[in-house]
Structure formats: structure tokens, C-alpha cells
Design a protein. Structure first.
Lengths: 127, 443
């Protein structure tokens, strides 16, 4: 059973977490697939950032406390961090290349370990 | 300027008004039994529209659930009003413009039928409302072919124009006493409850609209799946229940012919549903809930033109044949790659054609002998087949051409297809500013 691949070191793995607009999900996914990033986890979240949304409810303006967003999590080896981030930056912006408040954020955190459940394989090759 | 408008409006009303009151009650007595059943049927057919809203609404993605349900609901608003103003008159008035449609100034705003009782012993108000429900559901069926990608405003204009230019003339040809398809051949083209008028016209128009608009963004490589199969099943169930009003109500009586239509409807739906899951079981290894629901609809659609003339074995046969052919049509659609999103053509177009054509092989003997008498000697299955084929062919061509013209012209004035941004955000957010659910289900 391989413990670590020769090419990848455990400490060089990152977890990329992106909070994006719901409406951009399809575009981001298409772009990631195009860039050969195919292993992702997606969930619906709600939160609050700089963006302020006004909605109408029965003719009255309301400002929702929490705005629905999509969270994408991608675990990658160091070599893929740049392409992943660039791809998300390009595809998650609404309103053309300039973007708009509310387009979201990307967080990158070091990833201590990655284990494939089926094989018990660890590290970069398990990603 | 304003008084000119007012004056011409008054003039228009006077012109359309004709002679009010002359045709008031014709003295026929009200048959309370028939009237009670027709009132019930009217309510049942209306129930099919929210049923359709649930059926279509469940099949689309979460972001489009409300917009899709609104396609059905807004038809209840628009077509009800249009029907009272011109629809009933254009459908059931006397031939005008060479029989293209009908007109009767008494039917304008239904103002001349306040006290009318029809020969069947049913107040004409009831009949007009019963027919009005058919006019509502027909354009709503088209929405299934162009789901998830049409502008709400353009859709509203489309169904209004379609109802006036396609539904009302077709309804007149097939069901009005002086309609030319009603009188063709020995006993007319058989369309008991709307195989050609409702299902073929809606299915074919849906196909034309879907081809004209093009596919949804991401179709077919992106997987597009139903957001809620539970409401799909609920909708299919309501459609089945409502169909008893649709078919058994179309006898405009409460008697033997009502009972005959009722039985044919029940067994055709059952045969269609079972056939579909058996085909699926053999072909894909699993019987799906959506397959059962699709089979119910295929069977019901096929028996709609036939319910008045076939016996139970014929209804079973039509249900089986409809499911078989609709299933094949949907497989073919997947191969050809056009985006008839919720299979409005695959089920209503194909199912309607199957029913309207193949019913000739299952007509009850008493009908055939009456037809032979009316034809003055003999009338064969093949004679009737020719009549049915002509009616179907005309409905297909007329609906296809007119739908194309309507969309082509409408597109000059406003954008019919959603923009990419609107489609990505979903109909609910783009056109209604609402969400169907809380935070459930990604996508």
C-alpha cells in the first residue's frame, strides 16, 4: 500500500474553499472541468459579507440578514493551486471581468492529510 | 384625443353587441342531473391545471420551480378572461371567414346567454365554462416543451395569441356544430374530448417552439434533473382524477355515454402506466416513478379522442400502444438532441396522434352502424381512418405553422428566450423575485 507518492509531499497539499454566487455555479463548474479540476464538493450555505441585497416582499423592501451562497471545496496538490484559483477568479465574477460586490471569496488553507477511504492511500496521490 | 378613443370603444362595443336579449331562454327545461355532473366536470378540469403546475413544477430544477408553476397558473388568468371576451364566440359561434373560426355577438362577454338553457338541459354558462377550462389547459401544456428558458412576459403574450389564433379556430373546426371537421365524412372526425384540439395542437406547437428557441443552457451534456419527484407524482395523480371531468364531462350529459367515457379513461390510464414501467423494467432494469406518471399521461392522452367510441378492451389497447410509442419517441428525442424539456411533444403530441388515428380499429359496432346509416349504406373502418388522418394532419400543420408565425412576430417585439444571465439565475429570481424553497437542494 503506497503511503506517499514520490512526486507529492504531504505538506504541499492545500484546501481551496470558495464562496460564490449561486448563479455562477454552473459557469465555475464548467470552467473547472475545462481546466481538468474534477474533484470538488459543493454545498449551499448562507452568510453575510459586504454585499447588501434588497428584496421585495408584498411591496415592502426587505434586507435579508443572510444571503444564500454556494460553497465549493477543492483539495489540491500545490502544483494545482494557481490554476484552480485563476479558474475560479475568472468564472465566478458576475457582471463581466470587473466583478461586483457579492461575487464571493476564496480561502486557501494548508491540508494536513488526505486519505482515500477505499484503499487507505494517503497524501498527494490520494487527492 | 381621449374622447375619440372612448367614442370608438363605444362604437366597437355596439358593433359587437348586435341584438341583445333576442336569444334569451329557449325554454328548454334544466336537467339537474346533467347540470350537476357538468358543474362537477368543470371543477375537475380546472383541477388539472394546478395538477399540471405540480407535475411540470417538480420536473424542473429548483431555481425554476415557481416560474414553471406560474406558466400554468397565469393561463388560468389570461385564458379565462380571453375566453369570456372572444374565445367562446370564436369557438362556438357560427362560421365566419369561410369557417376559419366562429363568431356570435351574443357570446361577446357571454352577455347574451345569461338565461340560455341548451338542448342537453344544461345552462349554457356551464357549457361555456367547461369548454373554457380546456382552453386554459391547452396552452399551459405547451410550457412543458419550452420550460426553464422563456421570458415570463413573452410567454404571457404567446399563450394569449396562441389561444386566439390556434386553439379557438381548431376548437371551432372540430366541435362547433357547423365546424367542417365536425361534419366531414359520415359522422365527422372523432375527437371526443380533445385529442386533436388539445393534445396534438399543444404537443406540436411545443415542438415548434422548442426548436425555434433552442436548448436550455448546458443541455444535453449537463445533467438536468427534477427538483421534487414527490410533487410530480402528486401532479400526475391530480391529472388522472381531473381527467374524469375532461373525458366523462365531454359527453355533456349524465348518462350512458358518460359512463362509457369514464370506464375507457380509467382503464387506458392504468394500461398506459403499467406498460411504461414494464418497458422500463425490461429496457433499463428499474421501474421509475416518473415512468409510471408518464405512462398515466400517455394512456390518458391517447384515450381522450377515443373515450366516446371505444369499449374497455379498445381503451386498454390504446393505453398500451400510446405508452409504447411515446417511450420510443422520447428515446428518439434523446438521440436527436432537441430540447423538448418536459416531453410535451413526446407525450401529448405523439400520444394524441396515436389515439386519434388508432381509435378507428376499436370503435364500438353500434357507432359504426350509425355511421353507415348516416352515410347511406356503408361506412368502413378505412373510411373513418381517412377522416381521422385528415383531421390529425390538418391540426399538425395548422398548429405548427401558426405557432411559428406567432413566435416569429413576437420575437420582433420582445425577446422570447431568456438571456443567459436570466436562465442561470433561474426563472424564479429573474421574473418573479422569489424562491420556491428555503435552502434545500444544491442547484
Amino acid at each position: 500500500m503506497p503511503i506517499n507518492s514520490e512526486h507529492f509531499n504531504t505538506k504541499d497539499m492545500k484546501l481551496i474553499t470558495a464562496i460564490i454566487r449561486e448563479t455562477q455555479l454552473d459557469k465555475v463548474r464548467e470552467a473547472l472541468i475545462e481546466a481538468d479540476i474534477k474533484r470538488i464538493t459543493v454545498c449551499r450555505v448562507s452568510g453575510h459579507g459586504q454585499q447588501r441585497v434588497e428584496e421585495m416582499y408584498r411591496g415592502q423592501i426587505i434586507v435579508p440578514d443572510l444571503i444564500p451562497k454556494i460553497k465549493i471545496e477543492i483539495a489540491v496538490n500545490e502544483a494545482f493551486v494557481k490554476i484552480t484559483v485563476d479558474t475560479i477568479l475568472k468564472s465566478a465574477r458576475s457582471n463581466g471581468p470587473d466583478g461586483k460586490v457579492g461575487d464571493g471569496k476564496i480561502f486557501i488553507t494548508p491540508l494536513e492529510e488526505c486519505i482515500r477511504i477505499r484503499t487507505g492511500e494517503r497524501g498527494g496521490s490520494a487527492i | 384625443m381621449e374622447h375619440i378613443w372612448k367614442r370608438s370603444l363605444v362604437l366597437l362595443v355596439l358593433l359587437l353587441a348586435g341584438t341583445t336579449g333576442v336569444y334569451a331562454s329557449d325554454g328548454a327545461a334544466i336537467d339537474t342531473g346533467a347540470t350537476a355532473w357538468m358543474l362537477t366536470s368543470t371543477a375537475l378540469v380546472l383541477l388539472m391545471v394546478p395538477g399540471l403546475a405540480l407535475f411540470y413544477g417538480g420536473l424542473v430544477r429548483t431555481k425554476n420551480v415557481l416560474g414553471t408553476m406560474m406558466h400554468s397558473f397565469v393561463a388560468m388568468g389570461i385564458i379565462s378572461i380571453l375566453w369570456v371576451i372572444v374565445g367562446y364566440s370564436m369557438s362556438f359561434g357560427s362560421n365566419v371567414l369561410g369557417g376559419w373560426f366562429g363568431w356570435n355577438s351574443d357570446y361577446f362577454f357571454l352577455k347574451g346567454i345569461d338565461t340560455n338553457v341548451m338542448d342537453a338541459g344544461v345552462p349554457e354558462y356551464v357549457f361555456s365554462m367547461f369548454q373554457g377550462k380546456f382552453a386554459i389547459i391547452t396552452p399551459a401544456l405547451i410550457a412543458g416543451a419550452i420550460a426553464e428558458r422563456v421570458s415570463f412576459k413573452a410567454y404571457c403574450f404567446f399563450i394569449a395569441l396562441w389561444s386566439i389564433l390556434v386553439y379557438d379556430p381548431l376548437c371551432h373546426w372540430v366541435w362547433a356544430s357547423d365546424g367542417f371537421l365536425f361534419n366531414i365524412g359520415s359522422k365527422g372526425a372523432i375527437d371526443f374530448a380533445g385529442g386533436t384540439v388539445v393534445h396534438i395542437s399543444a404537443g406540436v406547437s411545443g415542438l415548434v417552439a422548442a426548436l425555434y428557441l433552442g436548448a436550455r443552457r448546458g443541455y444535453p451534456y449537463q445533467v438536468i434533473r427534477p427538483n421534487n419527484m414527490v410533487i410530480v407524482m402528486l401532479g400526475a395523480g391530480l391529472l388522472w382524477v381531473g381527467w374524469f371531468g375532461f373525458n366523462a364531462g365531454s359527453s355533456i350529459s349524465s348518462g350512458l355515454s358518460t359512463a362509457q367515457a369514464l370506464v375507457a379513461t380509467q382503464v387506458a390510464a392504468a394500461a398506459g402506466a403499467l406498460t411504461w414501467i414494464i418497458i422500463e423494467g425490461v429496457h433499463q432494469g428499474k421501474a421509475t416513478a416518473l415512468g409510471f406518471a408518464s405512462g398515466i399521461l400517455a394512456g390518458l392522452v391517447a384515450v381522450t379522442p377515443a373515450a366516446g367510441v371505444v369499449q374497455p378492451y379498445g381503451a386498454v389497447a390504446l393505453g398500451i400502444l400510446a405508452s409504447l410509442l411515446c417511450y420510443m419517441a422520447i428515446q428518439l428525442k434523446n438521440k436527436l438532441g432537441y430540447d423538448d424539456s418536459l416531453d410535451a411533444f413526446g407525450i401529448h403530441g405523439i400520444g394524441g396522434i396515436v389515439g386519434a388515428i388508432l381509435l378507428v380499429f376499436f370503435i364500438r359496432p353500434s357507432w359504426m352502424s350509425e355511421a353507415a346509416t348516416a352515410a347511406g349504406g356503408s361506412w368502413s373502418v378505412w373510411n373513418q381512418l381517412g377522416v381521422q388522418a385528415l383531421a390529425v394532419g390538418l391540426a399538425v400543420v395548422y398548429a405548427a405553422v401558426m405557432t411559428f408565425v406567432i413566435i416569429f412576430l413576437l420575437n420582433k417585439v420582445m425577446r422570447f428566450k431568456s438571456s443567459e444571465e436570466e436562465e442561470m439565475a433561474g426563472l424564479d429570481k429573474s421574473y418573479h423575485g422569489e424562491r420556491g424553497y428555503g435552502m434545500l437542494n444544491a442547484n
